[in-house]
Design a binder for this molecule. Structure first.
Ligand code: PEP
Ligand code: MN
Length: 379
């Protein structure tokens, strides 16, 4: 008991208090000198980068350590002085390397606020309610796309998709109507007050597609077509960039970087499923990629629930999964008569199934005024 008392008194001793005050002041002084040293190291780093020199120079480091041990008057041993300063050198080197890192335009480190993309007056991203982009895989005729546009508009959908240039595995299968398809798509969209999104496959078609569409889609097979990305960046239209079939998240985000670097910040990412060993689904919807893309980039992101699962019975759960991990909207294929569709006829759904989908996801009647509506909130 008395010993404990003595120790307690000791900490209250004025002499200790004063010495501690000196230590506090020395800490601040050391910090200031360390910060000053770091700024000089950064300046050296910038010059080395400019001159193409390496930041690490072992001979220079050894010379600095020798000078320090030579000047060491104790009480620290030379070994302790060396180890302390090695830490300082390493921290400075890290700063120099960090300075060299490219500041990517897609990164949240460059821009923290969510980008909102406007497609024919419809905002996607940020605090806006999730958007639903629906329409046929391919535009097949005036009647087909007109019927779909009328139906979608009656259900509150505001953006219609539809391919005029179709990337098909089999060269003998329907390849799309080309420019005629663009015209039919735009006419149908205009007639019903919809915005129109269509895929562009070739840099040479960017101008034509941009003339008719409110948004250009770059498909999975073209995600790393850098010529096309550069041309789409110059199109003056927002771009929907699908993730490649076997693309890593980094490759996908870098493809988006091409668009932003080319001067177009109106970019929406779209996770459409990746190729895995699984055969029960057409592709595997990578929900972790959606969550990660939201964390790493400020761009809006959609999930394509049609091409990912490739199964009508998965549309509702995949929609919920995508929105649960932060997607800003959904893309889905709808066709008046999927059985006779000229492409993707196994995975497109008809109008009745679309109504059931809207009901199940609570999109029915009008598009969601708030994200929670999808989870059953009334109103
Ligand atoms: C499409 O959206 O019609 C399409 C071909 O998609 P993806 O590029 O994702 O396969
Ligand atoms: Mn399709």
């Amino acid at each position: 008991m008395p010993r404990r008392h003595a120790r307690y008194d000791h900490t209250m001793d004025e002499r200790v208090t004063r010495l501690r005050e000196r230590i506090d002041a020395l800490n601040i002084e050391l910090l200031e000198r360390l910060s000053e040293r770091a700024e000089v190291a950064e300046a050296i780093g910038r010059l080395q980068t400019e001159l193409g020199m390496s930041h690490y120079d072992p001979v220079r480091e050894q010379a600095m350590l020798d000078a320090l041990t030579h000047a060491n008057r104790g009480p620290f041993s030379d070994a302790v002085v060396k180890s302390l300063f090695k830490q300082v050198f390493q921290a400075s080197m890290q700063l120099e390397h960090d300075q060299d890192k490219t500041r990517y335009l897609t990164s949240r480190q460059t821009r923290d606020a969510d980008t909102v993309v406007h497609v024919g007056g419809v905002p996607i991203g940020g605090e806006h309610p999730p958007v639903l982009i629906a329409g046929p895989c391919a535009i097949e005729s005036s009647e087909q796309v007109g019927t779909i546009a009328a139906f979608l508009a009656s259900r509150g959908v505001r953006i219609m998709r539809g391919g005029a240039f179709k990337p098909r595995t089999d060269p003998y299968s329907f390849q799309g109507l080309g420019v005629d398809g663009l015209r039919l798509g735009r006419e149908a969209a205009d007639a019903h007050g919809l915005a129109f999104v269509t895929e562009v496959m070739d840099a040479a078609d960017v101008v034509a597609c941009a003339e008719y569409a409110h948004m250009l889609q770059i498909g999975a097979r073209n995600m790393q077509n850098f010529t096309l990305l550069r041309a789409a960046a110059r199109s003056g239209r927002p771009v929907l960039l699908k993730r490649g079939l076997s693309a890593t998240i980094e490759e996908w985000v870098m493809a988006a970087e091409y668009l932003l670097h080319g001067g177009n910040d109106q970019v929406v990412l779209c996770e459409r499923g990746i190729r895995t060993f699984e055969r029960y689904t057409r592709n595997t919807l990578d929900v972790s990629a959606v969550a990660l893309a939201k964390l790493e980039t400020h761009l809006p992101i959609l999930v394509d629930v049609t091409h990912s699962g490739g199964r009508p019975d998965l549309l509702v759960p995949l929609t919920k999964a995508g929105l649960a991990v932060g997607a800003d909207g959904v893309m889905i294929e709808v066709h008046p008569n999927p059985a006779v569709a000229l492409s993707d006829n196994k995975q497109q759904i008809d109008f009745e199934a679309f109504d059931a989908y809207l009901e199940a996801t609570r999109y029915h009647g009008r598009l969601s005024p708030g994200r929670t509506e999808l989870y059953g909130a009334e109103g």
